[in-house]
Design a protein. Structure first.
Length: 124
């Protein structure tokens, strides 16, 4: 039996157009709001055509003391050329955290499957 984790891909977002890029401060203040942006195709643009597109992006935060990540954002992109409308896979949200942890993002390409990335965030 296959496991979904065996299908998740990762790579260097500077050379792979499917990896979700997480942009956030490296250090934040406890309980203060900060911006997080997740984008697919930051360095090498993803095609985003009717035939080849990013369907969704999910963002999670895993506190250092926690066992499991918490889903903090989930965005579906619905326009893939219908009526000449195309979406760019980019999500901007704001978070407050109480401790150091890891931001994790997963994206789904309709042709190339699941892709992941993560960064650490220090909470002072």
């Amino acid at each position: 039996m296959s496991k979904i984790t065996s299908t998740v891909q990762s790579g260097d977002w500077k050379s792979e157009k499917h990896v979700p890029v997480i942009m956030a401060p490296q250090t934040v203040k406890k309980g203060e709001t900060f911006d997080v942006t997740v984008a697919v195709g930051k360095e090498i643009a993803h095609p985003n055509t009717f035939e080849h597109y990013i369907k969704w992006i999910k963002l999670y935060f895993k506190p250092a003391s926690g066992k499991f990540p918490v889903e903090v954002a989930s965005v579906s992109f619905g326009a893939h050329g219908e009526s000449g409308i195309f979406t760019t896979p980019c999500v901007v949200t704001q978070l407050k955290i109480e401790e150091t942890g890891e931001l994790m993002a997963v994206s789904f390409c309709n042709i190339h499957g699941l892709w992941e990335n993560s960064i650490s965030v220090l909470c002072e």
